[in-house]
Design a binder for this molecule. Structure first.
Ligand code: ZN
Length: 386
């Protein structure tokens, strides 16, 4: 039931074509969250971004939610309707629903587990994920078997996606690869051995690898840079960045609403900005120190959000800045994914990687010297923004 074909397997990544629900998606590709997808149309004035992409709705669930839908059928129905509505609203031709469990969810009973599979089917997603709560590999294997049984009993033709949180999960899922439509890598608790396992086990295979909740900054460069779309180096085909739960978002909205003007600006200056020109993720405060408040963000990114915005203007825009920054990042990741596809096809990934010194540095620190023979040692000071 494979729906993915590798077209270029390069030392620095891979390019392929994913068939999801009859939609052909060229990878590497960015998968935007539903609310960001929605805002992108407003900013760009066209739906260009929706023609080729997959949209993802992240449904956060804590233990009390799981209990509520288990005990109260009417609440379960309301939750399902709300999720279906969110997914219907997405204009992307291919859709995914991801259950992002809080760590207090220790398990799901069989009935609830099947409800979550059925919900995805009802919502018309392109791939049905096999929900993974914080359980060990043996317990998750039981979920995989239950999902395969459900699929058989319901005659569902929508492919299933197994999810790995650890290398052990991935090794277990390898046995079921012929029956799965893809593998999801949960990057919320960033696990580098898991990425190595992907590279070792899946990169050469025609198996779609999707990364959920990819980190925005990386410790290897003191949180001043990101791998961004270059997580594809490990063999990851589609990438979704972390989406905040409503609980966390409401918490921050509450804090911001109680701030006065200067405090708001201070808060905004601590927000990190992804610069696609080098993959740095300096804070707005740091950018202001280096370039001055009058510097246009178009120096770093040519997306519709950054085109007419200065650093000083951005930090005065709370509370909208948070969403604007997410929309900018989505535009930038889209563009990067397209450029990386071209680099893979044209055998120019070495040049591409050298032009993104922060990503190159993260990879180098993860794996030692980079593989291409013509690779230079990298910039002298990767922590300095250009
Ligand atoms: Zn931008």
């Amino acid at each position: 039931m494979s729906s993915f074909v590798v077209e270029v397997d390069d030392a620095n990544g891979r390019q392929g074509v994913l068939d999801i629900g009859g939609n052909h998606v060229m990878t590497p590709a960015y998968v935007a969250s539903d609310d960001v997808c929605h805002e992108m149309v407003g900013f760009s004035g066209d739906s260009r971004c929706h023609n080729t992409c997959i949209g993802e709705y992240d449904l956060w669930m804590q233990r009390s939610d799981v209990e509520r839908i288990r005990l109260h059928p009417d609440e379960k129905e309301a939750m399902e309707e709300a999720a279906c509505e969110k997914i219907n609203r997405m204009q992307s031709p291919a859709k995914m629903l991801h259950f992002n469990f809080f760590t207090d969810v220790a398990g799901l009973n069989k009935e609830t587990f099947v409800d979550l599979l059925r919900l995805q089917y009802r919502a018309g997603v392109g791939v049905i994920e096999i929900p993974h709560v914080f359980s060990d590999t043996q317990t998750y294997e039981q979920s995989v078997l239950a999902a395969l049984e459900w699929q058989q009993n319901t005659w569902s033709e929508v492919p299933l996606m197994g999810i790995a949180r650890t290398p052990e999960d991935l090794l277990m899922l390898e046995h079921y690869l012929p029956q799965l439509g893809g593998i999801g890598i949960d990057c919320r608790r960033f696990d580098k051995p898991l990425l190595y396992q992907v590279k070792k086990m899946l990169k050469k295979q025609d198996v779609w690898v999707h990364a959920f909740s990819v980190p925005l900054q990386y410790r290897e460069v003191q949180n001043k840079g990101t791998l961004g779309m270059l997580i594809n180096w490990f063999g990851v085909d589609t990438v979704n960045t972390i989406a905040l739960s409503n609980t966390v978002r409401d918490y921050f909205t509450g804090i911001i609403s109680r701030m006065d003007g200067p405090k708001e600006v201070e808060f905004a200056k601590r927000i990190h900005y992804f610069a696609p020109c080098d993959y740095s993720t300096f804070s707005f405060g740091k950018l202001e120190e280096r370039y001055g408040e009058g510097q246009r963000l178009s120096r770093f990114c040519d997306c519709p959000v950054c085109r007419d915005l200065t650093i000083g203007g951005a930090v005065k825009k709370l509370p909208e800045l948070y969403l604007m920054n997410q929309v900018h990042r989505a535009f930038a990741y889209y563009q990067e994914s397209e450029e990386y596809q071209r680099a893979l096809i044209n055998n120019e990934t070495g040049i591409f990687l050298d032009g993104r010194p922060f990503a190159a540095e993260i990879i180098r620190r993860s794996s030692g010297p980079l593989p291409a023979a013509d690779r230079v040692a990298g910039p002298a000071a990767p922590y300095e923004a250009r």
